[in-house]
Write a protein that binds this ligand. Structure first.
Ligand code: UD1
Length: 424
């Protein structure tokens, strides 16, 4: 398995090109199931493992896909399968989003229930309740859920108990091919939801309200094909901003959008980082040690849960104490123990971590337990003196394209090795 070797303690300097958003590209790729006509998607982070998995999933369902660099063309019509393969859903939770489009188009779908994952239970009850509210019947069978709607789903009103990102996207897609008006209340407001709305509208649906808590979808039985370019990845951009604040230096993030990162930028400014919008994106400039700043994660526009672990790595080297509160996922502090092995002082109780910043971390062998925990350890390794060996890099590869190449372009000493391969 690949490892990253990081020789830390060097400031970052240079420019990093931000890729297209993984969390936007996933539902948009899946939304191509809504039409039989060709779709051309640009700025897709095709090197990410999750995107490759999504492409395999669409192929397994009957789509034909051509990838060229960051552009993906999806064709193939008519006869789609209505059963999602277990081995793919098991690998990637977001695969469950194929259920809504297939149910809405064909009146029947069978998907495995995605299990728990490292960061908590992650149930899909909000998704399933919404489909029941739109007239679906639900049967559980050997770990699968079978949804049926005869003759098809009914447009209507759906109110979420929590603004789930996945459930919002799921219902938007299904409603786009369900004639009549569907209203989603307490909808998630993430930028990825707006991107999906833009794509669905290009397909010919009439969706409005994304970015607010109330989304209205006027569905059409038939949608057409469309071309669309995916928004930049705000989580990747936020990770590099935080990395620069932790390691010091000056970075330009080409393609990053300030408006998607307002809570993160506000918190970073309080640490002493200077952040400015540039012609090409965003720049961050950090001199000296970061000040400590407490954060609490929340649905957008709050501080994103996906940047909670990176933030903890930054606070580990801040001057003073801070509290990090996780309010979106119940078990997302696995990185705390690994950071402690590099010299961080962190105590975790319930959904909160108390961090006493230390003057410096020391490189150590550490292991990524999930995608964003991996990003946190990478940041800690960049800020630490000496050599850090990051194991289970495949987690990082799910969400960060060419991470070592991008960091090297910013002056970091990072290389990828595969000890097993070397021994052969
Ligand atoms: C998406 C993002 C993920 C991000 C998360 C929150 C993608 C592919 N992933 O995940 O990176 O961390 O939003 O910003 O876009 N919940 C339920 N029942 C449900 C659905 C969710 O209880 O039916 C709970 C979850 O367990 C979790 C919380 O709601 O505690 C947030 O989940 P949700 O917003 O649905 O996240 P995802 O869409 O899975």
């Amino acid at each position: 398995m690949d490892q990253l070797i990081i020789e830390g303690g060097r400031p970052l300097r240079g420019a990093v090109r931000i890729s297209g958003s993984k969390n936007s590209a996933l539902p948009i790729l899946i939304a191509t199931l809504l039409t039989d006509e060709p779709c051309r998607l640009g700025n897709v982070p095709t090197e990410l493992r999750d995107i490759k998995t999504t492409i395999r999933l669409l192929e397994a369902l009957g789509k034909k896909i051509a990838v060229r660099g960051a552009s993906v063309t999806v064709t193939g019509s008519g006869s789609l399968k209505t059963q999602a393969p277990y081995d793919i859903v098991k690998q990637m939770r977001a695969s469950v989003l194929v259920a809504g489009p297939l149910l809405a188009r064909f009146g029947l779908v069978r998907v495995p229930i995605p299990g728990g994952c490292a960061i908590g239970l992650r149930p899909i009850d909000i998704h399933l309740k919404a489909f029941r509210d739109l007239g679906a019947r639900e049967i559980s069978d050997h770990g699968d859920v079978i949804l049926s709607a005869a003759p098809q789903l009914r447009a209507g009103r759906v109110r979420f108990k929590f603004p789930s990102v996945g459930a919002t996207e799921h219902v938007m897609m299904a409603a786009a091919v369900t004639p009549g008006r569907t209203i989603i209340e307490n909808a998630a407001r993430e930028p990825e939801i707006e991107d999906l709305q833009d794509f669905l509208n290009k397909l010919g649906a009439a969706v409005k309200g994304a970015g607010t808590a109330r989304i209205t979808v006027d569905g059409r039985r038939q949608l057409r094909g469309a071309a669309h370019s995916v928004i930049p990845d705000r989580i990747e951009a936020g990770t590099y901003l935080i990395a620069c604040a932790a390691a010091g230096g000056r970075l330009e993030l080409r393609g990053a959008r300030a408006r998607d990162l307002s809570a993160v930028i506000a918190a970073l400014r309080k640490t002493g980082a200077r952040i400015a919008e540039t012609k090409n994106g965003l720049s961050v400039d950090m001199r000296g040690r970061p000040a400590s700043v407490s954060i609490k994660t929340a649905p957008h526009p709050g501080f994103p849960t996906d940047l909670q672990a990176p933030w903890m790595a930054l606070m580990a080297v801040a001057s003073g104490a801070s509290i990090v509160t996780e309010s979106v996922f119940e078990n997302r502090f696995m990185h705390a123990a690994e950071l402690a092995s590099m010299g961080a002082s962190i105590g975790v109780a319930g959904g909160q971590a108390a961090i006493a910043g230390v003057a410096g971390l020391t490189g150590a062998p550490v292991m990524a337990s999930d995608l964003r925990a991996g990003a946190a350890l990478l940041i800690a390794g960049l800020a630490a003196k000496g050599k850090t060996t990051l194991q289970r890099v495949y987690h990082v590869d799910r969400g960060y394209e060419r991470v070592e190449a991008k960091l090297r372009a910013a002056g970091a000493r990072v290389r990828r090795v595969n000890p097993a391969r070397r021994r052969k």
